[in-house]
Design a protein around this ligand. Structure first.
Ligand SMILES: [Zn+2]
Length: 81
């Protein structure tokens, strides 16, 4: 059994639980930017609003701070803990 598939489908099955777009966005960034944002997302000094604004302004990420907040709390479907 592939746990990732099971987690993914069960995660998507929950009402109101949208698929997390953070990995997709990070994946689409150039290397230098991905490193920076990965660092910022784990940094307590950077607010989700500021990170979101930067991603949206520089890379047209079309991201909402709520999505990022959920991701940072580990409540998304990424399966990252
Ligand atoms: Zn996520």
């Amino acid at each position: 059994m592939d746990e990732d598939i099971i987690t993914e489908v069960l995660g998507d099955s929950k009402p109101g639980r949208m698929r997390c777009s953070i990995p997709e966005i990070l994946e689409s960034l150039p290397d230098y930017a991905r490193d920076a944002y990965e660092h910022l997302i784990t940094s307590k000094s950077a607010t989700s609003t500021a990170i979101t604004r930067s991603l949206n302004t520089r890379f047209n990420a079309n991201l909402s701070p709520k999505t990022l907040q959920r991701h940072r709390r580990g409540e998304c479907t990424c399966g990252r803990s």
